[in-house]
Design a protein around this ligand. Structure first.
Ligand SMILES: *Cc1c(COP(=O)(O)O)cnc(C)c1O
Length: 383
C-alpha cells in the first residue's frame, strides 16, 4: 500500500531520543522542550510559543486563556477536523458553525460580518447572539489544508465586534499570508498540531504561538497546573497539558527539516495538479491570492454534479490498487455531537466536502510511487 501521509523519521530523531534516555530527562522538563518552543516560534513568526500535549489541548487552553467561558458561543467553520469544535465544547461553550468561502475553504469575512450584524447585538458591553441569548466571545479561523484564511479582513471584523481570535493552524506551519508567517497574522494565539499525520510531528503534541508575552505566560500557567510555588500552591484550576521532553526531542528533529518538508509537500501537490488537471471536473485545492499554502494534504475536489459519487468511486478504485486515498473532513453540522449547534447556511461546505479526494503525500513519497498514483488515477478517469 502506498500510504496517504506517514511520518518521515530519517533525521536526528533517534539521536535526540537517546540523549533523553542517557540524561534521564524524559518527562516534562528538559532542554528539548525549550528548544522546540523556540523553533516553533521562529517558524510561526512570533515572539514566543508554548508546547503542549496535543493540538486539541493547546486549543482548549488557548480559548480559556483569551476568556471563553461556559455558555459562550464560539464561531468556527463547520468544515474542520472535529478537534476544533471539541476544544470549544471542552470549555463548556458551543460552536456557532459557519460556512466557508468557496475560494479558500476558510472562514468567510463577509459572512462573518453579515452574521454578526444580523444575529447579534451589543448588550452591556458584551456581544449577544439574539436567538440563543448567549454571549459570543471569540472566533476560531481554521487554516484548512494549511491555507491561511483572509486574516486582515477576519481580524478587522472580529476586533470591531469585540471578539478574541484564536487560529486553528494545526497543519499550517510553513504557510504565509501577504509575506508574513502563519502565527503573525493578528490573532491572539495560533495553535499548531504535531500529531503523526501533520507535516512535522512530535509523535503527538501541540503548541500555541503568539506575540503577547503576558498572554503566553498565562497560557503556560494554565497548561502546567497553575502552580505558583514549589510548595504545591496553585491559584486557579489548571491543566496538565505539558509536552514531554521525549516528544520534543522528536519534534526538534522534525522542525530542523520543516522547510524541506514543506517544499516537498508543495512539489507533490504541484505535480498532481499538473498531471491531473485535465480530468473532467478536476478542482484543485485552493490557492488564494497573497497566500502560500503549507500544502499539508494533496488531492482535489470533483466539481461535477455527481462529484460525491465519483470521489467515492475513485477512492475505492485506488485502494483496490494498493494506493491509500481518502475523503476529507466531514463537516461539524453533520456530526452527532454538533447536529443541534447554531449554524449558518452551508451551501459551500455541503457542495464541497464529499467531493474531495486526498492522495498520497508523505514528504518522502518517491517519484516512482507518485507516478504510479497519477497513472492509476488517469486510467480510472479514462474508463
Ligand atoms: C490535527 C488537527 C487538530 C488536532 O490536533 P491534535 O494534535 O491531533 O490534537 C485540530 N484541528 C485541525 C484542523 C487538525 O488538522
Amino acid at each position: 500500500m502506498i500510504p496517504l501521509c506517514v511520518p518521515n523519521i530519517s533525521g536526528n530523531e533517534a539521536k535526540y531520543l537517546a540523549e533523553c534516555v542517557e540524561t534521564s530527562f524524559v518527562s516534562s522538563i528538559g532542554p528539548f522542550v525549550t528548544r522546540f518552543e523556540d523553533m516553533v516560534a521562529a517558524a510561526a513568526g512570533t515572539r514566543g510559543a508554548v508546547a503542549t500535549s496535543a493540538g486539541t489541548t493547546a486549543l482548549h487552553a488557548a480559548l480559556i486563556a483569551v476568556g471563553v467561558r461556559p455558555g459562550d458561543l464560539v464561531i468556527c467553520p463547520s468544515l474542520t477536523f472535529i478537534a476544533s469544535a471539541n476544544a470549544i465544547s471542552h470549555c463548556g461553550a458551543t460552536p456557532w458553525l459557519f460556512d466557508v468561502d468557496a475560494e479558500s475553504w476558510t472562514l468567510d469575512p463577509k459572512l462573518l460580518a453579515r452574521e454578526l450584524a444580523e444575529s447579534t447585538s451589543l448588550r452591556g458591553g458584551e456581544r449577544i447572539h439574539t436567538h440563543t441569548g448567549r454571549r459570543v466571545s471569540s472566533v476560531v479561523p481554521v487554516f484548512t489544508l494549511g491555507i491561511p484564511a483572509d486574516m486582515d479582513a477576519l481580524t478587522a471584523v472580529a476586533r470591531e465586534a469585540g471578539l478574541a481570535v484564536v487560529v486553528d493552524g494545526a497543519a499550517a506551519l510553513g504557510a504565509t499570508y501577504k509575506g508574513k508567517r502563519s502565527g503573525d497574522l493578528g490573532a491572539d494565539l495560533t495553535m499548531y498540531s504535531f500529531n503523526g499525520n501533520k507535516t512535522a510531528t512530535a509523535g503527538g503534541g501541540g503548541a500555541v504561538a503568539g506575540n503577547d508575552a503576558g498572554l503566553l505566560a498565562h497560557f503556560r500557567h494554565l497548561t502546567t497546573t497553575a502552580r505558583t510555588s514549589p510548595d504545591y500552591d496553585h491559584d486557579i484550576v489548571g491543566f496538565n497539558y505539558r509536552m514531554t521532553n521525549l516528544q520534543a526531542a522528536v519534534g526538534c528533529a522534525q522542525m530542523e527539516r520543516l522547510d524541506d518538508f514543506v517544499t516537498a509537500k508543495r512539489r507533490i501537490a504541484a505535480r498532481y495538479n499538473e498531471a491531473l488537471g485535465r480530468i473532467d471536473g478536476f478542482g484543485a485545492f485552493p490557492e488564494p491570492a497573497h497566500t502560500e499554502s503549507a500544502a499539508w494534504f494533496s488531492g482535489f475536489a470533483f466539481q461535477t454534479r455527481d462529484g460525491d459519487r465519483r470521489s467515492a468511486a475513485l477512492r475505492g478504485h485506488l485502494r483496490a490498487q494498493g494506493i491509500d486515498a481518502r475523503p476529507f473532513w466531514k463537516p461539524m453540522h453533520r456530526q452527532a455531537p454538533y447536529r443541534d449547534a447554531p449554524r449558518t447556511e452551508m451551501a459551500v461546505t455541503d457542495a464541497l466536502w464529499s467531493c474531495i479526494v486526498t492522495l498520497p503525500c508523505s514528504t518522502h513519497l518517491t517519484e516512482a510511487d507518485q507516478t504510479k498514483v497519477i497513472g492509476t488515477v488517469l486510467a480510472w478517469a479514462r474508463d
